[in-house]
Design a protein around this ligand. Sequence first.
Ligand code: NAD
Length: 357
Amino acid sequence: MGKIAVLPGDGIGPEVMQQAIKVLNKVSEKYKKTFEYTFADVGGIAIDNHGTPLPDDTVKTCENADAILFGSVGGPKWENLPPEQQPERGALLPLRAHFKLFCNIRPIKIFNPLKSASSLKEEYIPNGLDIVFFRELTGGIYFGQPKEISADRTVGKDTMIYSKPEIDRISRLAFDAARLRSKKVTSVDKANVLMNSIVWRETITELHKEYSDVELGHMYVDNAAMQLVRNPSQFDVIVTGNMFGDILSDAAAMLTGSLGMLPSASINESKFGLYEPIGGTAPDIAGQNIANPIAQVLSAALMLRYTFGMDEAACDIENAIEAILEEGYRTGDIYNKGSDQKLVKTDEMGDLISAKI
Ligand code: NAD
């Protein structure tokens, strides 16, 4: 049995989450795997109902689960609260810290039927795009100490630090993932300038001896930024530190041309994970049954792959989505006016995907 803490959150969160559950129920039937869902409040709705964006009961629900399926949090109603009480800062960051989610996984995939939505001309992505980022999430310059501003506020200081065990554990996950894909890892660093990058490069090179069936390449972060917009198809799995991964994965996300299509995962050493779309709560379209549920459904697919080890079921979902898009079904955000595409609502998209499983 798989125990899932379901945290739909705010805005479009609940509507797209319903579709993810619909698809998971279909997977459950087909693969004879039972899922138990426990719903809990998080974000703005938790502030309204319990006075805090991350109530203790919600944390307990997550502790009793194998994975968290997260929607998104925030919205205009809570925007003027102090930063630590804001839905995103007050819920997501503490959850990541509490569960030691050190590895952020972000697939950047352009489904073939959506190639024209990319910010790149089709000639740069002749075979579409299918990259996965493994970004270290709990170390590096965002957390290194000392981190301070001088009393007269004229000097700011951050510390970029990485140690061998931190590099080793994320690199292992990247190599393992590459084995399920095209067996190619690119490690991104700045080893020509940064000491912690030298340790990064040496550590992953040493670990590579255990993964000699996987090809390992190294690239400086400035070159990686250029290559991502010049020839992104050369990449398969990219592994990198916290800040480099933050910047590069956002730039790469834009290559796909649609926020409503991108999932992400943050996992820890015991494969417990928080799975969520990279987009926000889309308050402009919330409650209208027009949001694109695909990112949320793909987040559920990542959960099957990384927490439950159900790679075949995850591929099943991804293929179902590709097939539906191939047949011309689109939600408003990816619909081309004047085309012969079929415009569908959020729940219809959920029905179409689950019918294909
Ligand atoms: P957003 O991602 O919510 O929306 C940006 C644009 O993309 C909007 O036009 C929206 O309609 C569209 N969009 C996003 N997801 C979509 C989907 N699934 N289907 C169709 N269209 C979609 O970003 P924003 O407007 O900057 O933020 C809105 C709120 O979400 C803010 O309160 C912000 O703090 C919060 N937010 C939360 C998270 C999170 O929970 N992880 C992440 C980003 C933003």
